[in-house]
Write a new protein. Structure first.
Length: 100
Protein backbone atom coordinates (compact mmCIF):
# COMPACT_ATOMS: atom_id res chain seq x y z
CA UNK A 1 0.00 0.00 0.00
CA UNK A 2 3.03 2.26 -0.11
CA UNK A 3 2.14 3.19 -3.67
CA UNK A 4 -1.27 4.37 -2.47
CA UNK A 5 0.32 6.45 0.29
CA UNK A 6 2.56 8.15 -2.25
CA UNK A 7 -0.33 8.76 -4.66
CA UNK A 8 -2.63 10.28 -2.07
CA UNK A 9 0.14 12.29 -0.43
CA UNK A 10 0.47 14.15 -3.75
CA UNK A 11 -3.12 15.40 -3.56
CA UNK A 12 -3.46 19.08 -2.79
CA UNK A 13 -6.84 18.55 -1.13
CA UNK A 14 -7.18 19.07 2.60
CA UNK A 15 -9.19 15.82 2.53
CA UNK A 16 -6.34 13.74 1.09
CA UNK A 17 -6.18 11.36 4.06
CA UNK A 18 -9.94 10.82 4.01
CA UNK A 19 -9.54 10.20 0.27
CA UNK A 20 -6.75 7.73 1.09
CA UNK A 21 -9.16 5.81 3.32
CA UNK A 22 -11.76 5.75 0.53
CA UNK A 23 -9.05 4.72 -1.94
CA UNK A 24 -7.93 1.81 0.23
CA UNK A 25 -11.54 0.66 0.51
CA UNK A 26 -11.91 0.85 -3.28
CA UNK A 27 -8.67 -1.10 -3.74
CA UNK A 28 -9.84 -3.86 -1.38
CA UNK A 29 -13.24 -4.02 -3.09
CA UNK A 30 -11.65 -4.28 -6.54
CA UNK A 31 -9.50 -7.18 -5.37
CA UNK A 32 -12.57 -8.90 -3.92
CA UNK A 33 -14.29 -8.51 -7.29
CA UNK A 34 -11.42 -10.44 -8.87
CA UNK A 35 -9.58 -7.58 -10.52
CA UNK A 36 -5.84 -8.25 -10.30
CA UNK A 37 -3.54 -6.18 -8.10
CA UNK A 38 -1.88 -4.33 -10.99
CA UNK A 39 -5.15 -3.13 -12.54
CA UNK A 40 -6.68 -2.38 -9.14
CA UNK A 41 -3.69 -0.24 -8.17
CA UNK A 42 -3.64 1.53 -11.54
CA UNK A 43 -7.33 2.36 -11.19
CA UNK A 44 -7.05 3.68 -7.63
CA UNK A 45 -3.98 5.77 -8.52
CA UNK A 46 -5.83 7.22 -11.53
CA UNK A 47 -8.81 8.05 -9.34
CA UNK A 48 -6.52 9.63 -6.73
CA UNK A 49 -5.13 11.96 -9.40
CA UNK A 50 -8.60 12.98 -10.55
CA UNK A 51 -10.87 15.71 -9.22
CA UNK A 52 -13.38 13.16 -7.89
CA UNK A 53 -14.00 13.53 -4.17
CA UNK A 54 -13.22 10.49 -2.04
CA UNK A 55 -16.87 10.04 -1.18
CA UNK A 56 -17.49 9.25 -4.88
CA UNK A 57 -14.90 6.45 -5.04
CA UNK A 58 -17.58 3.88 -4.19
CA UNK A 59 -19.28 4.94 -7.41
CA UNK A 60 -16.27 3.71 -9.36
CA UNK A 61 -16.97 0.15 -8.21
CA UNK A 62 -20.65 0.68 -9.04
CA UNK A 63 -19.60 1.57 -12.60
CA UNK A 64 -17.68 -1.69 -12.92
CA UNK A 65 -20.74 -3.57 -11.69
CA UNK A 66 -22.98 -1.65 -14.13
CA UNK A 67 -20.55 -2.50 -16.92
CA UNK A 68 -20.91 -6.17 -16.04
CA UNK A 69 -24.67 -5.90 -16.47
CA UNK A 70 -23.95 -4.59 -19.98
CA UNK A 71 -21.63 -7.57 -20.55
CA UNK A 72 -18.46 -5.48 -20.37
CA UNK A 73 -15.76 -7.44 -18.56
CA UNK A 74 -14.22 -5.79 -15.47
CA UNK A 75 -10.78 -5.45 -17.10
CA UNK A 76 -12.27 -3.44 -19.97
CA UNK A 77 -14.29 -1.28 -17.57
CA UNK A 78 -11.16 -0.69 -15.51
CA UNK A 79 -9.28 0.52 -18.59
CA UNK A 80 -12.19 2.73 -19.66
CA UNK A 81 -12.30 4.34 -16.22
CA UNK A 82 -8.53 4.88 -16.12
CA UNK A 83 -8.75 6.62 -19.51
CA UNK A 84 -11.82 8.72 -18.67
CA UNK A 85 -11.33 9.70 -15.02
CA UNK A 86 -8.83 12.53 -15.66
CA UNK A 87 -11.50 14.37 -17.69
CA UNK A 88 -14.46 13.64 -15.41
CA UNK A 89 -15.41 16.17 -12.76
CA UNK A 90 -18.10 14.00 -11.15
CA UNK A 91 -19.09 10.37 -10.90
CA UNK A 92 -22.05 11.15 -13.18
CA UNK A 93 -19.73 12.55 -15.85
CA UNK A 94 -17.51 9.50 -15.51
CA UNK A 95 -20.54 7.24 -15.88
CA UNK A 96 -21.48 8.99 -19.12
CA UNK A 97 -17.96 8.58 -20.48
CA UNK A 98 -17.54 4.87 -19.67
CA UNK A 99 -21.02 3.39 -20.05
CA UNK A 100 -22.56 5.27 -22.97
Amino acid sequence: LTELLVAFNQQKSKDKWDNYRFGCSLYAALLQWGIDQKNSMALVVAVSRSSLPGADYRGVLDLIIAGGKLRVVPEVMTERIIQAVPKARSIEALETRVLY
